[in-house]
Design a protein around this ligand. Structure first.
Ligand SMILES: O=C(O)CCC(=O)C(=O)O
Ligand SMILES: [Fe+2]
Length: 385
């Protein structure tokens, strides 16, 4: 341990005293790029233009897209309308934001400020956390995550060992804050419980939207001895960079699981792709961003869309997100129900297809091509006509 480290202990007990710049970014600094829809080459893996490759990327255009914002406080009076709004968003955009989801704003703010405290700490302090901390870029020049420091709240080196229980986060918590951080522990516990409930609620609403019966997805949640789905929780920290065209934070990709529940700060920079255009995901205080992943698209025979997204680094402000990747049991066949297949809607993806298959392909892709090409992993599993 160096002298700096032993003297350094970021305080955790401060109330959300935000140690970073909370200015709301002027809309024109958020890039929204329109580019021509991809020319159809249905039998080829789709290449997703990313920030660095896209000549439009520096031509900032003000305004965010109309990514739906769903108010869960309306569930009590008008569940049908909420269900329709949410399902349409999942089918058309592959993403939405949720407000009034039940996780307290205070919890989200405290986690955010603790996360910022961690990433703003001296490098020696962060590196002392060991394998749960991934420093900026150094070892992963070709990864999808281009300019991101990370903390993985996931025990074990492999995706198979993801867990959602607070106990499994203890190890990471004690590594990133060796002197203890009971405030963060408590708030993470609340957040996890809240996002677990939200995941169930959303999956039930989506099943209802598709007329599958509310439990179509959730009946599998406790199928295995251990409980599924599992959560892989991560903090992503994107230090600012003066040149937006040189600094994709995360390149275009889809997430492999069922849902991704994401908390972003006020900086913005997350963008999603729909019909060949990028749309900024507007930071809304207290909102959670929900993305559909590959497993859900496969499971619903393409009715719900696994959304392509990327992150642009801000030119002035550091950005933090906390991401909860929800995955199904790895060996569960993601077989679409009969109701979602007919002559007009033939089976889209090969069977059997499991989360495990998706993850294996993803690992190959990222390793084999050096990760330089962002691809939709699901396209590898399409049934060719
Ligand atoms: O940080 C974000 O907003 C999104 C990051 C992301 O897409 C990912 O880590 O898969
Ligand atoms: Fe992602």
């Amino acid at each position: 341990m160096t002298a700096i480290m032993s003297n350094f202990s970021p305080s955790y007990s401060e109330e959300p005293k935000l140690t970073y710049d909370r200015r709301v970014v002027a809309p024109q600094t958020i890039l929204k790029v329109s580019s021509a829809p991809q020319k159809g080459k249905p039998d080829q893996i789709q290449q997703i233009p990313s920030v660095g490759e896209n000549p439009d990327a520096s031509a900032a255009q003000a305004s965010y897209g109309d990514i739906p914002v769903i108010d869960f406080s309306r569930l009590a009076d008008d569940a049908d309308a909420v269900c329709k709004q949410l399902g349409d968003a999942a089918a058309q955009w592959g993403a939405f934001q949720v407000i009034n989801h039940g996780i307290p704003l205070d919890t989200m703010q405290k986690i955010e400020s603790q996360g910022m405290n961690f990433f703003r700490s001296p490098s020696d302090f962060k590196l002392a956390a060991g394998s749960v901390y991934f420093p900026l870029n150094a070892e992963y020049p070709n990864s999808l995550l281009q300019r991101v420091e990370r903390v993985a709240f996931t025990p074990g080196p492999k995706w198979k060992f993801q867990a959602k229980d607070i106990n499994s986060l203890e190890d990471t918590l004690s590594r990133i804050w060796p002197d203890g951080n009971p405030l963060l522990r408590e708030e993470m516990r609340k957040y996890l419980r809240g996002s677990e409930a939200l995941n169930v609620q959303i999956m039930q609403l989506l099943a209802r939207y598709l007329d599958l019966g509310e439990d179509f997805f959730t009946q599998h949640f406790h199928r295995a001895q251990d409980t599924w789905p599992r959560f892989a929780v991560r903090w992503n920290f994107y230090p600012s960079h003066p040149n937006p065209s040189e600094n994709p934070g995360a390149k275009g990709h889809t997430d492999p699981g069922t849902l991704t529940i994401l908390m972003q700060d006020r900086v913005g920079g997350l963008r999603i792709r729909r019909d060949g255009r990028w749309y900024g995901v507007k930071p809304i205080e207290g909102a959670l961003v929900v993305n559909m992943g590959d497993s859900l698209e496969a499971w619903t025979n393409g009715r719900l869309k696994s959304v392509i997204h990327e992150v642009q680094v801000n030119t002035k402000l550091d950005r933090l997100s906390m991401i909860n990747f929800v995955s199904p049991e790895p060996s569960l066949p993601l077989s679409p129900p009969a109701q979602l297949m007919d002559e007009d809607h033939p089976r889209v993806y090969r069977e059997p297809l499991t989360y495990e298959n998706l993850m294996e392909k993803r690992a190959e892709d990222i390793v084999d091509d050096g990760g330089s090409k962002a691809v939709r992993i699901l396209d590898h599993f399409k049934i060719r006509k």
